[in-house]
Write a protein that binds this ligand. Structure first.
Ligand code: FAD
Length: 459
């Protein structure tokens, strides 16, 4: 139960219209895109500027009320779910693009701006904001920064952290700090910006960001290549990289995924096709034809079965259709899936897939693999299909173990949140975890900012 004096003070601060304690709102703010983790807070507040954020955090500290920041609520690991109770801080009023500085290739943006709105605003003037999570239509820049979101262009352009130059952050005690700057070269003091990027709202609330943009590539070409197995596709990826061409996108679907999509949308896959690569290159128009030729040549050397190229927008959309149809296609195999998001060094993807096949066989389950081949990020879907058997959770543990054995990471782009918090020890050893804990305590000695996320419980 929230302290009534606290409630009265918050309402006086923000006005009653920007505070809600209604059961409907508590339910609406009790989940993200992960269907398993739900928890209701005791209130929802909606500040409109950094001073209000600071005042709320100070008050929450005084009354020892947990605060959970929330962006678009599209996270997959329960990051914005108020598992520790207290109040949810909805950042949707921070929705302005404050400045587009085209001469310096940067944008100053509030955290509640929806990612695709930032992309569209800079696109109009020939610029590109490269981080491109598949959730751009509903995730926010603040959520992307807090999660260090990746996406389909990470192979060539990197992830969100590569585009954050500076931040304004309100600390749990209400102090407003500024990290980084507008300068590309900047070694004035510790690199605090990177400490906040990916910290999942556990160290401070981001209220402003300086992000980098790049010139928009003149043109883009899309291709798909199918192979008999993922091993063959892996050889092709190696051969493509050896040509010196750096694709912007290199997505893959494994056999189960290809078969599921073929069943759902009949895109022309042959029975012998056990892996699909979706490849995109971008850059200067003149350079792209030779790039495509080199990629086609590399794929041919590695036994490509079908190589398709898109010349028009419609053809590009047709090639993307298989990738986009995947989530829907997998629901035909089962409605309940256990999902994971992991990464391994890219040359080890075939080994990882072999280990996953072994796990599937041992537990008599179906495992579908797809994701961002070019950066080693595998999205794993596991299910017992329509058998009605409960999912053997030990299989999930074995997946984590396999990832660790291959020197991979248990979380690639979807964060730790509260869903993976008790698994973090698989990647982070004792002394390193102790250091992380000390950082958290330094910023948030009472443990009130987004409790239950990232840092596991002491025991
Ligand atoms: C269909 C779908 C596709 C997706 N595709 C991708 C993908 O390709 N790549 C990828 O990386 N992710 C993807 N995601 C996951 C998700 O969209 C990202 O993690 C995204 O960055 C979350 O942004 P959000 O605004 O929705 O944040 P939320 O879910 O609201 O919050 C995420 C975290 O950020 C914190 N936070 C939010 N705002 C602030 C702030 N202002 N200050 C401090 N902390 C804050 C929250 O406390 C929480 O810990 C996908 C999700 C869906 C549903």
């Amino acid at each position: 139960m929230l302290n009534q004096e606290f409630v009265a003070k918050i309402e006086a601060l923000l006005g009653k219209d920007r505070c809600s304690f209604s059961p409907e709102d508590l339910v609406a703010y009790s989940y993200d895109a992960n269907p398993e983790k739900r928890a209701q807070g005791e209130g929802v507040v909606s500040p409109k500027d950094k001073e209000e954020v600071a005042a709320i955090l100070k008050l929450a500290y005084e009354y020892e009320v947990p605060v959970t920041p929330r962006g678009g609520g599209s996270g997959y690991t329960g990051g914005c779910v108020p598992v520790g109770g207290g109040i949810v801080m909805a950042m949707d009023r921070f929705n302005k693009i404050l400045e587009i500085d085209a001469d310096n290739y940067l944008v100053i943006v509030e955290p509640g701006v929806v990612t695709k709105d930032l992309q569209a605003a800079v696109d109009k003037i020939g610029l590109m904001y490269p981080p491109d999570p598949a959730s751009t239509a509903f995730s926010t820049i603040g959520g992307n920064i807090a999660e260090n979101a990746g996406g389909i262009r990470a192979v060539k352009y990197g992830v969100t952290k590569h585009y954050v130059m500076g931040l304004e952050v309100v600390l749990p005690n209400g102090d407003i700090v500024k990290t980084g700057s507008k300068c590309i070269k900047d070694v004035a003091g510790y690199n605090l910006t990177e400490l906040f990027v990916g910290s999942e709202g556990t160290l401070g609330v981001i209220t402003k960001a300086v992000v980098k943009v790049v010139p928009k590539p003149e043109a883009r070409r899309t291709m798909t290549a199918t192979f008999s197995s993922l091993e063959k596709a892996a050889e092709a990826v190696k051969a493509i990289y050896a040509t010196g061409v750096r694709p912007a996108t290199m997505e893959f679907l494994d056999r189960i995924s290809v078969e599921a999509v073929e069943k759902a949308i009949s895109f022309g896959a042959k029975p012998e096709e056990g892996a699909l690569l979706l490849i995109e290159v971008d850059g200067a128009e003149l350079a792209l034809t030779p790039d495509v030729e080199k990629i086609e040549g590399a794929c041919k050397k590695c036994g490509v079965i079908t190589f398709r190229k898109a010349e028009t927008y419609e053809e590009r959309e047709a090639l993307w259709a298989a990738r986009r149809a995947l989530s829907f296609a997998l629901t035909e195999i089962a409605t309940e899936w256990e999902d994971d998001d992991v990464s391994v060094p890219i040359a080890r993807i075939p080994q990882m897939i072999r280990k996953l096949d072994e796990i599937a066989e041992r537990h008599d389950i179906i495992i579908a693999n797809f994701g961002h081949y070019g950066d080693g990020n595998i999205h794993i879907g596991m299910t017992t299909g329509k058998s009605g058997r409960p999912f053997p959770m030990v299989a999930k543990e074995e997946v984590v173990q396999a990832v660790v054995e291959l020197e991979g990471r248990i979380a690639a782009e979807h964060g730790i949140g509260c869903v993976k918090v008790e698994n973090l020890h698989w990647n982070i050893d004792g002394p390193t975890m102790a250091m992380m804990r000390r950082f958290k305590n330094l910023f948030d000695p009472k443990g009130l900012l987004n409790p239950g996320k990232v840092i596991p419980s002491e025991d």
